[in-house]
Design a protein around this ligand. Structure first.
Ligand code: SF4
Length: 229
């Protein structure tokens, strides 16, 4: 087992290295690609969440065996490092291990990772997903912004993944909310599902808005391709 791996395809746009800690994720995003990637039953994936067997020991072995150091490691692609309602002490152990070997982490969550902020420093990234969907109410957005603000106050780098964007109006509102809190945003389209959004127009507008607000941004390749049409 090699828990630390190099993502391929669209996933590579998020990081050169990644590690997946849990077997599933309770957040039930309708667009979640992970059950397909893992060839798992969707309901089972969302309802049965536990640390992957031996994940801490195997990570420790791989770090030592391959002398992995100085890397930025994304947590996680096929799960959330902070699955809401579950014990996340394994995430803490993994972060400690990666950093002991001189690596940094790039966290992306829809949960709450504040319990581990004491482990992070200015070489680490703490990110939240804002998909701008119907469940993205003002209180939820505020909760996400609070996490970003706390991370930033501690000197941790912050980022927001606006992928997939589900609602243009909500996106514009949320981008304004995180302006000044996020050191970087990544913006991507909804893939594999129908959407009423004109992606070319949306991407050009989003880019102009980021420039106007002075936000460092990255447009995902599939959205960039629509903008060129
Ligand atoms: S947070 Fe990520 S892993 Fe979890 S259900 Fe949503 S898309 Fe899937």
């Amino acid at each position: 087992m090699k828990p630390i791996y190099e993502p391929r395809g669209k996933a590579k746009e998020y990081g050169d290295f990644a590690l997946n800690i849990y077997t599933g994720c309770p957040h039930r995003c309708f667009y979640c690609f992970a059950p397909n990637v893992l060839r798992r039953d969707r309901e089972e994936f969302h309802s049965h969440v536990e640390p992957r067997p031996g994940i801490v020991k195997e990570t420790s072995n791989q770090l030592a065996r391959e002398n992995i150091t100085g890397k930025l490691i994304h947590l996680c692609f096929t799960c959330d490092p902070y699955p809401t309602g579950y014990d996340t002490s394994t995430t803490r152990e993994i972060i400690q291990l990666l950093k002991q070997f001189g690596n940094h982490v790039q966290i992306l969550t829809k949960g709450d990772g504040r319990r581990d902020f004491d482990l992070l420093d200015d070489g680490d990234w703490y990110g939240i997903t804002m998909d701008c969907g119907n469940n993205y109410t003002a209180p939820v957005a505020k909760y996400g912004c609070l996490q970003l603000a706390e991370a930033k106050a501690r000197g941790i780098k912050t980022w927001v993944s606006f992928e997939p964007v589900l609602d243009e109006k909500a996106f514009r509102f949320l981008l304004g909310e995180v302006s000044g809190l996020a050191d970087k945003v990544k913006i991507g389209k909804l893939n594999y599902y129908p959407s009423s959004i004109n992606w070319g127009d949306f991407g050009r507008e989003a880019e102009a808005l980021c420039k106007r607000l002075g936000i460092d941004y990255y447009i995902k390749d599939s959205l960039r391709a629509e903008m060129r049409k």
